[in-house]
Design a protein around this ligand. Structure first.
Ligand SMILES: NC(=O)c1ccc[n+]([C@@H]2O[C@H](COP(=O)([O-])OP(=O)(O)OC[C@H]3O[C@@H](n4cnc5c(N)ncnc54)[C@H](OP(=O)(O)O)[C@@H]3O)[C@@H](O)[C@H]2O)c1
Length: 263
């Protein structure tokens, strides 16, 4: 029997299966991807040799639901008919209680919020579980999600905050990068040069944060001497309320996530 059925072979489904295969945690033959679109099925078959590709979900030990939220109910009801005992949803805004209402009583239901860098194996995901979830279900979901990045366990009501922070977070950093590239051009740099420098400034800074274990405050202090160039730049950002703009942005995104979840 298939160990894992991934329902939805879109961007996130692809990222997940790619991560699982790279991690060696499952053999290709243990995974089935259910994808409605015929053209997409052909692409998946070419990309993941040995993985079973079907048009509809199949019986399995566990399922990951990676379809658009608008397709949530039909996809989950198909899985419900197959009585898959453990279901992990990565759909934004679809609550555990809603998923449980579509599934047989006692199904272990977990919900995660990954983010776009999942496509590179660098996701930041948060995971929450319903009442029927055991420690072994959590461990399983953490293993699945960690194949494409890091995972933090949270309570379900924290997932809106997670959505506003790490879910939307890549877009905040892209906006910062856009602004920095324009700033470089405004200072007379060639656009290509500015883009190269900014891209690797973001990448290198992220690596320093992740790999040194130092806090952002410590790293920032290390390149900010009193009266120096960085201090001059940071002074403008502080005076223009950069910090509170970021705090308000995350709050607005979290509030919007709450609203969408209530619809
Ligand atoms: N992309 C992100 O950065 C991100 C981050 C966090 C969470 N998420 C969540 O992850 C989920 C997937 O996002 P995505 O970007 O991967 O979406 P996507 O690229 O649109 O992929 C969804 C795929 O599932 C297929 N599908 C829909 N219903 C199906 C069914 N009943 N059986 C089999 N396949 C079905 C769709 O096919 P059709 O084209 O035929 O509909 C599509 O190929 C969403 O709920 C999103 O909220 C995404």
């Amino acid at each position: 029997m298939t160990r894992l059925v991934v329902v939805g072979g879109g961007r996130m489904g692809n990222a997940l299966v790619g991560g699982l295969l790279r991690s060696g945690w499952v053999e290709p033959g243990d995974i089935t991807i259910a994808e409605q679109l015929e053209g997409a099925r052909d692409d998946l078959a070419g990309r993941f040799p040995g993985v079973v590709i079907t048009s509809a979900p199949v019986v399995a030990d566990s399922a990951v639901i990676a379809v658009k939220p608008s397709d949530a109910e039909s996809a989950v009801r198909e899985v419900a008919k197959l009585r898959v005992p453990r279901v992990l949803s990565i759909m934004a805004g679809v609550k555990v209680a809603k998923l449980e209402s579509w599934l047989p009583a006692g199904t272990a239901v977990l919900r995660a919020m990954p983010n776009l860098p999942a496509v590179l194996g660098s996701a930041a995901s948060a995971l929450a579980g319903g009442d029927s979830v055991t420690e072994s279900d959590f461990a399983w979901a953490e293993a699945v999600l960690s194949s494409f990045g890091v995972v933090a366990r949270v309570s379900e009501n924290a997932l809106d905050a997670v959505t506003g922070l790490s879910g939307s977070g890549p877009a905040y950093l892209f906006l910062l990068a856009e602004a920095m590239i324009e700033a470089g051009v405004a200072q007379g740099l060639d656009r290509g040069v500015s883009r190269l420098l900014v891209t690797n400034t973001v990448l290198g800074s992220a690596r320093l944060l992740a790999e040194t274990g130092d806090t952002p405050e410590v790293l920032r202090a290390a390149i900010t001497s009193p009266g120096g160039t960085t201090a001059a730049g940071l002074g403008v950002l502080e005076r223009r309320a950069f910090r509170s703009a970021v705090i308000d942005a995350v709050a607005a995104a979290a509030a919007r996530s709450r609203e969408l979840g209530d619809d």
